[in-house]
Write a protein that binds this ligand. Sequence first.
Ligand code: ASP
Length: 600
Amino acid sequence: MAEPLGDLARTHYCGELREDHVGKRVTLMGWAATRRDLGGVIFLDVRDREGICQVVARPEVSADAHAAADRVRSEYVLAVVGEVASRSADTVNPGLDTGKVEVLAREIRVLAEAKTPVFPIEDEIDTHEEVRLKHRYLDLRRPRMQRNLRLRHQATMEVRRYLDEQGFYEIETPMLGKSTPEGARDYLVPSRVHHGSFYALPQSPQLFKQLLMISGVDKYFQIARCFRDEDLRADRQPEFTQVDVEMSFPQMETIFGLVEPLFQRMLAVIGVKVERPFPRLRYADALLRYGSDKPDLRLDMPITDVSDELAVLGLANYPGLLDAGARARAIVLPASGGVSGMRLRKINEEVWLDRIVPDARGEKRNLLTLKATDEQVTKLAEKGASAGVARKLLDKVGASKDDTVLVGVDQEGPVAMAMGVLRLEMGRELKLIDERAFRFLWVTDFPLFEWDRELGRHVSLHHPFTAPVDEDLPLLESDPGKVRAKAYDVVLNGYEVGGGSIRIHDSALQAKVFKLLALSDEEARDRFGFFLEALQYGTPPHGGIALGVDRTVMIMAGETSLRQVIAFPKTASGADLMTGSPSSVREDQLGDLGLLSIRK
Ligand code: ASP
């Protein structure tokens, strides 16, 4: 039977007790993590948010407390009153922060009983994630999850403090709004009052933050929830949080100078010192050197273009290999660490490249493998290749003796991507990634548009409010694909943790960009008319960025799933297993919303 809390008040958290508390009388509140009855003496591990502490119930200290301890079971909620005592040297637990002390119980109250938990509340569990999510409140009691929630709180508090110091106002923008063009599908909310009309949940506060600049707010931020109805991956959730920032009159440098210290402050929360300035890489170079627009710089394994060398290598097996604009790209696997011949054959099967490279025996393979040895060069020469070109190639890719060079051949896009994936896979496999490092970089010089083959038209690489680089303005008419954007992404350890741009602040230019995106005048007016109009009332040049809170905290916490740092996340199919959402609704609710006809 549970007992009332009465007038008991907590004096300390379980996890905070140390040797200097010895002799003090304390009142703890927490959950019974374990109970051990050593014949007469009962040991309870009591857990709260801050940690675990050992409570000892001896009948000679308090018969009542001992009797209460006797009926305690896993996850009962307890109040414990007692004295802190030193543990004898042989019973010290170095694995616990509180391991040098224990509490001698004078009184134990069971404040709530508990059903047997569905899984043990401890860090090392192999419980299926679905079960954890269904009973998320139990899952969150685990120390690791408590640590993640605390870290997230500390990181966002640091963001708030920093942006406040920099003069930014925190302003909320609507959840029920109009579709924002971030390129994903909208979550729609039917209107009860206006049947057939819908609100869209914000994919981002983009237009509102720009409107706040027109409103004279000058510096805005928001820890904003965004909603995008996309197919989910490990680093995506249908609703996610970003630090949304906008300011008036910035250069790109102003934004870089604002954001770099912000990340420094966030990372300082886990004791990591981040160097400034962050390195910068142009988008095209990122694709070329790392096969990715979000390169993981913890791995020093650049990709080298060896198309010229391969074209003149003179190997009989590769005639016409580089015709029709194909490119050859190479990475180097160090001799130390070693990749077995078998693994190399397997890689050949795994890597998907269109351009199949036949090997000496005429067998199909997707990659050309070169060992950086004199013997290999001689062998190539015997097959008619130029030894000089082979040496030049090995030299260009930076191969040392006995390293293995992997060369992929395909059209520009596919070969860049395949080599980018292979680079990361090999880096992981050969343990070349410095797991303790935090490597930031800026990716810049994005094209404003990319060509969408399916749609047969240009689409924005970021969003349609991104400003073109000034000197590229004339190209908008003649060669839109060549126009560069004043856009930037910030990348951490291979994750895009932020992106933004300087915006278009001229309504005529904005209308022109809409046109290039094949938005008819009518469509533009219908979707963004209010915004085009607002732009005409004296709009300051402005720009900003949005930083992914979930991803950044995930990386800081050393986790690989966003679900580890979101209190109540969704599964890959967008379901909340605990509450059972999404779920059906009552017929009368559909009626109210004018949606009954969909129930057929
Ligand atoms: N609205 C953009 C996004 O959510 C960020 C920005 O341009 O500031 O990705």
